[in-house]
Design a protein around this ligand. Sequence first.
Ligand SMILES: *Cc1c(COP(=O)(O)O)cnc(C)c1O
Length: 452
Amino acid sequence: MTTAPIETGHVQQRRILATAIPGPRSQLLHERKLSAVSAGVGTGLPVYVERAGGGILVDVDGNHLIDFGSGIAVTTVGNSAPRVVEAVKSQVEDFTHTCFMVTPYEEYVAVCERLNALTPGDGQKRSALFNSGSEAVENAIKIARVFTGRTAIITFEHAYHGRTNLTMALTAKNMPYKQGFGPFAGEIYRVPSPYPYRWPTGVDRCAEQAFDDFVAQVHIQVGEQNTAAVIIEPIQGEGGFIVPPAGYLKAIADWCAQNGILFIADEIQSGFCRTGDWFACDHEGVVPDLITTAKGIAGGLPLAAVTGRADVMDSVHGGGLGGTYGGNPVACAAALAAIEIMETEDLCGRAREIEALFMPRLRELAEKFAVIGDIRGRGAMIAVELVAGGGDKTPNPALTAAINTYCHSQGVVTLTAGTFGNVLRFLPPLSAGDDLLSEGLDILERAFVLNA
Ligand SMILES: *Cc1c(COP(=O)(O)O)cnc(C)c1O
């Protein structure tokens, strides 16, 4: 077994439980949080972090927690990765902001060049930079509408595209993302998700029937001639790491091309080596017209992008895209360093090693515990779906929460997901070593022994 292939900085790569979790200092900070921060902003595990690197988060009580979440697929190259820190420090000393729309700078252009080269497809591409994933999705929709002169957008069941007004409309799940926040943006139409495990007529029929359903629903509900774009996560993230059947994405992309509809891949969670390739679309040989990226792009600094066909991206009138902070120079410097780490350390290969480490362990668990209904994902984007068991696929959110809570109490930062709240998802930093990951899996196993 190999260990961490990249530098992990100043943080000892070892799980240490110094206090109960959360410890006394975290509890005091949490009191302050409750009286200072809006109750609408939740926290999954109220340990307050002081330092982080490699596969470890260190809290204010000195606990060293194994990170199975990467701050939701963001710190792919690790927290405070030394080369990212260097690049950020140097950029902060040079200048922190000009607004690219006022007086531009090279770092923004360089990030766009990297994105154009790394995203799927060999054609001419252009990019535009933003601050958050939601903002990138909003802009992809704006661009698609201008280019096509059409308004309707097709989205999927179990989709997650963000929390702004337009992206809430695209997102499928009501609680907690949409409840009470409407009215939502119009001209959004939802079609069935190709969810093999829960496909009504069985996993084998999913590929063909999901595509036929899609085509029929667009025709009946919307009309192809009114449809600007189809937006899809190549692996659905918040929805529970739902991997469409092989060939499905390609069939949708080809159908879009035949109908003058843009195919937008939202790779905000699945992009940047996470799935064992640069982008999840790469596994299927799919070339999207537009691709949205964020999360893993900049080693933890806020940056997002839309990249796509030059003719589409250049169809927008000058000044139509932008924002005060979009493509901030410090975030751009971080992205250039993060991308360099991904390339030089072959983090796509590392994600595949992590898959090879996780999958057999999870399959062993599934043989012992019938509540594990499904194991799925790619690279270091892996999930288990928990159900009643014994052939009964009724979602089991209570057990999911219990296992998650146990892992937290033992110093492993796990995340849940899924429309039914019954999915445990694993998104470790690609800088985490095998020993830490194996130890995290041991604790997960104990959680099943004690709770399932
Ligand atoms: C996280 C996420 C978003 C939203 O990104 P924010 O930066 O939180 O606005 C959009 N799409 C997908 C697939 C995501 O995972």
